[in-house]
Design a protein around this ligand. Sequence first.
Ligand code: PLP
Length: 388
Amino acid sequence: MSSLMQTYGRLPVTFSHGEGAYLFDTEGRRYLDALSGISVTNLGHAHPAVTEAIQQQAGRLLHTSNLYHIAAQEALADALTSVSGMETAFFCNSGAEANEAAIKLARLYGHQRGVDKPTVIVFENAFHGRTLATLSATGNRKIQAGFEPLVTGFTRAPLNDLAAVQQIAANNPDVVAVLVEPIQGEGGIRVAEQTFMQGLRELCDAHGWLLMLDEVQCGNGRAGHYFACQGMGVVPDVITTAKGLGNGVPIGACLAHGPAARVFKGGHHGSTYGGNPLACAAGLAVVNTIIKEGLAERATAAGAHLRQQLADGLQGCANLVELRGRGLMIGVQLHRDCGELVGQALAAGLLINVTAGNTIRLLPPLICSDAELDELAAGLITLIRGFD
Ligand SMILES: *Cc1c(COP(=O)(O)O)cnc(C)c1O
């Protein structure tokens, strides 16, 4: 028993190092990493561009403070706004913090428009983080239970149910924003339909609400575009991201466009570490590598390849309910809860995750070769066919 608080259920393995799509444990066993630390190490382990950027920056300057100008932070803001079509960026250290920034921004926007109790529409099965505001926005009672009183100012609708959102619009004058994952990750790899996203954009325009997208998990190339919304024909007012942005160095960002880009003024928000030179040097290497190596496009091709392999290999398999996702963000829903597959996969040298009880979540690094994807598909097919 260690002296750690027991907040996690951990698998019985400790890794010592990684290379590309593989991790190695302290016994020297090799594992194909189809989870990427939950969509974090999207460029694989020990990517030379990221390693070099971190090493160079570490030898010069780790941290100053946001009391001063930070060149790497400005460069990363330029790179992210340019790749996304957003205008401004605020940097923090995690996905939850990126969403906290968005929620604060929405509330301030509401107050500036004379709404005293600004309310944000959120969705069933959403996941937005573990801080008090973000767990209150999350659509999962298990994550909220025991932490009441929850933060108020959220109202919930089912995903892909535009009529339900229209109903809220007709009845709740306090709404100022919508917060939605274009692809729900923890919720079971549930894709928001393009017509739904476009419908939300129209409702936001009609009512003066902000459309805020949580791309903490689906952003940074994973879903086939730098941000998933770029494949859905919508320009949001706010995008939050984190996870894959630092390839393992903690960093989060809240990006904004239009009126939302000018809501925060001096003193409205802050973070001691947010956007420090080390994290931004890593982030800049990540964004530049994703663009230069065409990794978002690669995610589309690799995802199609992997899904085809899985569909072929699982043909006629009664255990399979549905294969879904975008790019290299893939969910394999089985006919019943399948958490035990995670341990079986580990024993077979494969790192996967199960979410929403019955859905295998695949988030392999975007640098995976076809041969590595074939290895993943073959391992999974054996596990799924052996599961009943
Ligand atoms: C992981 C995740 C978060 C929370 O990110 P942390 O870095 O763990 O705080 C928020 N939103 C989504 C969609 C996520 O997948």
